[in-house]
Design a protein around this ligand. Structure first.
Ligand code: EPZ
Length: 432
């Protein structure tokens, strides 16, 4: 079993290259299903979730090949997705169960083929993660939804028609699913209470470059004029704001100074505002001689407690909640963190407490009383962002912290130990 061993106490200083965003790449990888032309995606991160979705696309008949260098010099991978023929419209349980974002093939398959059968994704560690909003939105465009043996079957024998979709609350995945689907529906679709995350805008930009007619992406109302066909494109995946935010926390926790290359300030305003309040000096650095710039995070020597409530973009993102809890564990004073998006996203709490953190949970709020230091121990990763929270705590804990179940971490953080070691961390991946 692979483990991460981190010896705490090292100050981090230097440059970390931020990879392409997992949560942008996954929906982007479904856009090729909407066209017979090849789609090239560049700056793809090398992550387990990308491999899982590639396996699903292969199963559906999409050929995925390494694209030639796109010359952009970005560290990510370039892949060509060719969905000229769809061999199967069934997404099987054994693939979907590994990654619930597989549900994002549902809408594009119905739009392209008039039918799709996708295994219910099931819940995951952080919540039961229903897909009712995805299904209701597809029905608003004329799809017929049936559930059978744990599978969702969506059909549109007479094709899809544009319609009015109003989400009762914000859903990133449901917004992405219906946005892709609406591009090929006949007529106009208006999506109200749409998610405003940067990943939605990135997806819309890719679809527009494929010939889709979309206005309002990034706002709460998105309008789509359906078209007959979409054509191929080449699109670069946006940088990962959650990876960048996680390393920004590492800079502050270790009283360090990190340049997060490729990171975009506008994607991270809410978490960076909290970091500044806690003791970070944040600046946007322009690139020099053609190199991309980034966001610089430097400690001002202090680390004060703060309060957070997770909400949809542009408010504080739930995907940064666990990482900020590690920060709060060693801040001066108390912090209160409220998780308002998922019903069970505090599984990092007992593991942080094993490292000596002082955290009490009441309902959806955690009160964290900062302690002078944490002590390294064996800990268990439970979900993707919780595992990053433990790695961050390990960076400042006295002695060694050993993190088990690394597969959680590898779903969302590319080459974590290489990137941290390059800026001074004492960290290694061991097999035992
Ligand atoms: C996306 O998940 C992200 N995943 C999540 O990141 C992120 O935490 C989440 O958005 C919120 O920002 C990807 O983009 C691949 P939602 P998604 O639909 O789309 C409920 C990570 O760590 N809901 O916005 O599944 C849902 O249960 C992952 O990178 C319904 O009730 O999130 C949740 O409570 C974790 N019915 C809330 O809405 C539905 O049909 C928000 O979920 C859909 C969602």
């Amino acid at each position: 079993m692979e483990k991460l061993v981190i010896t705490g106490g090292k100050r981090l200083e230097g440059t970390i290259e931020i990879s392409g965003a997992k949560n942008a790449a996954l929906p982007l990888m479904c856009t090729p299903l909407l066209t017979e032309d090849p789609v090239i995606l560049t700056n793809l991160p090398r992550l387990a979730d990308i491999t899982t979705l590639t396996d699903l696309l292969n199963h559906l008949g999409v050929t995925v090949t390494i694209a030639g260098g796109d010359g952009s010099g970005s560290g990510g991978r370039s892949l060509t997705f060719d969905a000229s023929t769809i061999a199967d419209t069934v997404a099987p349980y054994d693939i979907v169960r590994k990654m619930r974002a597989s549900i994002l093939v549902l809408g594009p398959l119905v739009a392209r083929m008039g039918e799709a059968t996708v295994s219910m994704p099931g819940g995951c560690a952080i919540g039961n993660r229903p897909i009712d909003l995805h299904l209701k939105a597809l029905e608003a465009l004329g799809a017929i939804i049936e559930m059978e043996d744990g599978y969702v079957r969506a059909t549109a024998p007479d094709g899809l028609k544009g319609g009015a979709v109003r989400f009762p609350f914000v859903s990133v995945g449901a917004t992405e699913n219906i946005l892709m689907t609406a591009t090929l529906a006949k007529g106009t679709t208006v999506i109200e209470n749409a998610a405003r995350e940067p990943e939605i805008t990135d997806l819309a930009n890719c679809l527009i470059s494929m010939g889709a007619r979309i206005t309002g992406a990034g706002s709460e109302t998105i309008t789509v004029e359906g078209v007959e066909k979409l054509h191929g494109t080449t699109h670069a995946v946006m940088p990962d704001r959650v990876e960048a935010g996680s390393y920004a926390v590492a800079a502050l926790m270790t009283r360090g100074d990190l340049l997060l290359k490729n990171a975009r300030l506008a994607d991270m305003q809410a978490p960076l505002d909290v970091l500044a309040e806690a003791g970070a000096v944040i600046s946007e650095e322009a690139g020099i001689n053609g190199e991309p710039g980034g966001v610089r995070v430097k400690s001002n020597g202090h680390l004060k407690g703060f309060n957070i409530v997770t909400q949809p973009f542009p408010a504080f993102p739930t995907d940064m909640q666990a990482q900020f809890m590690a920060l709060a564990s060693v801040a001066d004073g108390a912090s209160v963190i409220t998780e308002a998006i998922f019903e069970n996203r505090f599984m990092h709490v007992p593991e942080l407490c094993r490292l000596g953190a002082d955290i009490t949970v009441t309902g959806s709020s955690a009160t964290i009383r900062g302690v002078p230091s944490l002590k390294g121990a064996q800990v268990m990763a439970t979900d993707l962002r919780a595992s990053m929270s433990l790695a961050l705590a390990g960076l400042v804990a006295d002695g060694d912290t050993v993190i088990n179940r690394l597969y959680h971490l590898d779903r969302g953080y590319e080459r974590l130990e290489d990137k941290l070691r390059a800026v001074g961390a004492q960290i290694e991946r061991v097999n035992d």
